[in-house]
Design a protein around this ligand. Structure first.
Ligand code: NCD
Ligand code: ZN
Length: 354
């Protein structure tokens, strides 16, 4: 198969940033995806319905003319989150989900939740109204090895949330380990996961190949090869619990190439090209549409997109840098050639009945 036409996909985990960086990166997501779940880790974070509504307005104002793209907003949970505000935001259609960052787990997460007990009333309310909880699943204790933080979180925190809130919809975001795949498979339909292109394509060796490679540093960090293989199996299995979430996380080049470089892979410019390459290598092109365009929408109870994206087996040359307005960002796969290319994206009239 040298050409693949799929229903327009969605990205269930993006960092769109704000201000000049938002203007720089937005169209890389909007040109291929119909919708995207927008992460709230701005400075200061998007913690309320009002802040999410204002942020959504800034995103929509930056859309290129003619683009039909819907940002789906999230609220960043803190120990002080008001359940009534979150519920009102969900009911009004401003918020799609809440995001749980354990305090200090990653970029701009200093305000995150210190203990799940602090937000139990929020989780109870979310469970009641059917609002999903998106989880950055890593413990933050410095004593826990960085490569073990996800597995330890599943054991110590996530299994307790799943047990105590048996009706709460849970997304284990950007999963990186066999343990996470097993956790998702071991729970019912209301527990799902997103998987990034970089965790499907690279193991932790890539961070140290011939020297230190800051553009391969992200959180959760890349893991051993056996974990990458487990993720590839899960993503291409056709199981609707697994769906696309790029975790595209742009940082200006000088903050990545630094003595203390930021975590994040800017994969939006080549997201579909990267994922389709994985499905092609795994002889699972027939399952790509489910992973990219159907499973996430169904989990969230949203209709499927209308419109299509067509990919062809022709080389994409990835630039070394993408620059605008004084901000240069190094994209995922910079300076290499990928075997697939997007030829056409047709927006359609919005979302269809799913
Ligand atoms: C993200 C960022 O830069 O905002 N970085 C990353 O490595 N993924 C934060 C996050 O999602 O962990
Ligand atoms: Zn993220």
């Amino acid at each position: 198969m040298n050409q693949l036409k799929i229903r327009r996909p969605d990205d269930w985990h993006v960092h769109l940033r704000d201000g000049a960086m938002l203007a720089q990166v937005l169209d890389h997501t909007a040109r291929q995806f119909g919708r995207a779940i927008v992460m709230p880790n701005l400075v200061p974070p998007v913690t309320t319905t009002a802040l999410a509504e204002a942020y959504r307005g800034r995103i929509l104002a930056r859309l290129a003319p003619g683009r039909t793209f819907t940002p789906l907003m999230t609220a960043y949970l803190t120990d002080g989150t008001d359940p009534a505000d979150i519920a009102a935001g969900f009911e009004r259609g401003v918020l799609t989900a809440c995001k749980l960052y354990p305090a200090h787990a990653t970029t701009n997460s200093a305000h995150g939740v210190t203990d799940v007990w602090a937000i139990h009333r929020v989780l109870e309310r979310m469970e009641k109204i059917g609002m999903p909880l998106l989880v950055h699943g890593e413990v933050t204790e410095p004593a826990v090895d960085i490569f073990d933080r996800e597995a330890v979180f599943l054991e110590r925190v996530m299994s307790g949330i799943a047990r105590d809130f048996p009706g709460l919809k849970l997304v284990c975001e950007h999963i990186t380990t066999e343990a996470a795949v097993a956790f998702v498979l071991g729970h019912g339909d209301r527990v799902a996961a997103t998987i990034t292109p970089h965790h499907l394509q690279f193991s932790r060796n890539a961070i140290f190949q011939g020297g230190i490679r800051p553009h391969m540093y992200c959180l959760p960090i890349l893991k051993r090869e056996k974990h990458r293989l487990a993720l590839r199996q899960a993503a291409t299995s056709g199981n609707p619990k697994f769906f696309l979430g790029t975790d595209t996380a742009p940082h200006a080049v000088e903050t990545k190439e630094h003595a203390c470089g930021c975590a994040g892979v800017f994969n939006a410019p080549v997201a579909l090209e990267s994922y389709v390459t994985v499905f092609d290598e795994e002889h699972a092109l027939d399952r790509f549409e489910g992973f990219a365009s159907e499973h996430g929408a169904r989990f969230h109870g949203l209709s499927l997109n209308e419109g299509t994206v067509t990919l062809v087996r022709e080389p994409t040359v990835v630039p070394e840098r993408i620059a605008a307005d004084g901000i240069a960002v190094v994209p995922y796969h910079a300076g290499t050639t990928l075997p697939w290319r997007i030829v056409e994206a047709k927006a359609g009239a919005g979302a269809a009945a799913g």
